[in-house]
Design a protein around this ligand. Structure first.
Ligand SMILES: [Fe+2]
Ligand SMILES: [Fe+2]
Length: 126
């Protein structure tokens, strides 16, 4: 893996993360009555999506829909099998109730995502 491949991964993660943060900032701005500031955050959030998608295109990770379904199901599986159970356990061990609850909500939903993707894949193969 080259330096540029690594950098693409980092930039993609950063842009994706920034998108969500800006959406959350926009919501906060609305809650505080700063509608125009909310608009700035929403606009920038949209641009970050374009940046992330452009990086993703260069990274060549978007394949055929059949392959994407397989990849997505695997990713969800990984979250269900190893990531979230470990995170929930560690959060509970540290007495971080709010974090463990957040992990648990996602964990439960990922099962649904995985099954949806698997079913779509099955229908495609039928
Ligand atoms: Fe950006
Ligand atoms: Fe998911």
């Amino acid at each position: 893996m080259s330096k540029t491949d690594d950098n693409l991964k980092i930039a993609f993660a950063d842009e994706s993360q920034t998108n969500i943060e800006y959406l959350a900032y926009a919501q906060k701005a609305i809650d505080e009555g700063y509608v125009e500031v909310a608009q700035l955050f929403r606009e920038a959030a949209g641009a970050e999506v374009v940046h992330a998608l452009t990086h993703l295109k260069v990274m060549d990770v978007v394949k055929s829909t059949r392959e994407n379904l397989r990849e997505a199901a695997e990713g969800e599986s990984l979250e269900i099998m190893s990531m979230y159970p470990k995170f929930i356990e560690e959060a509970e061990g540290e007495g971080r109730k709010e974090a463990s609850e957040s992990f648990r909500i996602a964990f439960e939903r990922e099962k649904h995502h995985r099954d949806m993707f698997r079913q779509a894949l099955k229908r495609m193969s039928a």
